[in-house]
Design a protein around this ligand. Sequence first.
Ligand code: ADP
Ligand code: ZN
Length: 287
Amino acid sequence: MLYGGIEAGGTKFVCAVADEKLQIKEKISIATTDPQTTFKQVFAFFDRYPIEALGIGSFGPIGIQPDQENYGHILATPKEGWAGVDFLGQMKQRYKVPTAWTTDVNAAAFGEIKRGAAKGRHSCIYLTIGTGIGGGVVINDEVFEGISHPEIGHLYIKRAAEDTYQGTCPYHKDCLEGLAAGPSLEARTGIKGEELPLDHPIWDLQANYLAQALMSYTLILAPEIIILGGGVMNQDHLLKKIQQQFSELMAGYMETPKAEDYIVRWGLPNESGLIGALLLAQREREY
Ligand code: ADP
Ligand code: ZN
């Protein structure tokens, strides 16, 4: 039995085929260009394998209500040419196998709870801090979806008094993504995040904004663990700052595990989404 998995991002699509133990047999990375060119390459890859189920974790926003016309489509993305693309429909038409469909970050949260840093838990939040900020939620062992998938990267947070940066979110300007995603580091300092000195004051601001968001997630959902991933989290010292600020902001109001055990780094670096997509494919066959 072979499963297919796709982690579809705005920069690249990672596709893999795995056996029933979820051992990956082959994996490729395809640049996300225009939809037609991208899907041609996706099909060329999966056409070579008799997959029996498929799992897709896609960049969003995406339509997730089966009774709506936009189900399976990519919705209002600023990524040129992709808004309105019927991603799921094209895949189902070609492969005619049970197919799981969710966001890349929901798939990542699922991967982390089954095989990564949240293993053994029944609820978690996964947050990626990279070019944007996106989050996935698992509750009671299931990816959580309501009228849409949660969009916890776009929360409003309290700005620091001295912070005059306008923010980069194309929809809200100074939401969390606008104020704290990777590009904001460079926009504020003129130095790429990767190259910023460890003692730069920006890291305290960055940690504060992320800690505020994690506090809101905790107050609203009380997940068992929060997992942080994405390029910006390659900064080792940042995790500790976030944990400290989180504890200070919570001020002992709500009992949580110790911050070091509660806010952790991803257990499947750069792979949570793909592994999650494969696990979701496997589950499609089992149920
Ligand atoms: P993407 O979000 O496109 O999947 P990444 O997660 O690598 O990709 O995020 C890219 C963003 O993260 C860029 O803004 C980049 O400057 C920033 N970034 C990547 N690595 C680091 C690092 N080590 N420290 C700080 N910022 C980083
Ligand atoms: Zn926003």
